[in-house]
Design a protein. Structure first.
Length: 132
């Protein structure tokens, strides 16, 4: 499986409850979060939320007072075995495609889910079909 999804990067204060208040907006709108990552400094942080939604939600977040950047992300299933991430990165690298963001997980021992942003999304999706 490989498909295009949307990631929203949002700046939040580094205070107790800030993440909870942010996530509440997705809960109220019944938007399913399929990926989340964050980076914090002493005073602020950036949260990256990936959703499987056909409708862009950046306007909803802006109305709620959040500054957001929308980024296309490739969601793919990748076999959970040694060397698969290396094969994926080699395939993209050899075709001049840079990976700018990547995160994912696996635990089952069979298939992992990977989210990535690249410099040439349409070409990367065609190439990555070889691996899924």
């Amino acid at each position: 499986m490989i498909k295009l999804v949307r990631q929203y990067s949002v700046f939040l204060p580094n205070t107790p409850g800030a993440m909870n208040k942010f996530l509440e907006h997705f809960f109220r709108k019944e938007i399913n979060i399929i990926g989340i990552a964050s980076e914090l400094t002493d005073e602020a942080g950036i949260v990256r939320i990936t959703v499987d939604s056909e409708n862009p939600i950046s306007s909803v977040l802006t109305q709620e007072g959040f500054t957001t950047v929308e980024t296309p992300m490739i969601l793919m299933e990748l076999m959970d075995k040694p060397g698969m991430l290396f094969r994926m990165s080699t395939l993209l690298s050899e075709n001049g495609i840079n990976i700018t963001t990547v995160y994912g997980t696996t635990y089952t021992g069979s298939v992992g889910h990977l989210l990535l942003n690249v410099t040439d999304t349409p070409r990367a999706m065609e190439l990555l079909k070889e691996l899924v």
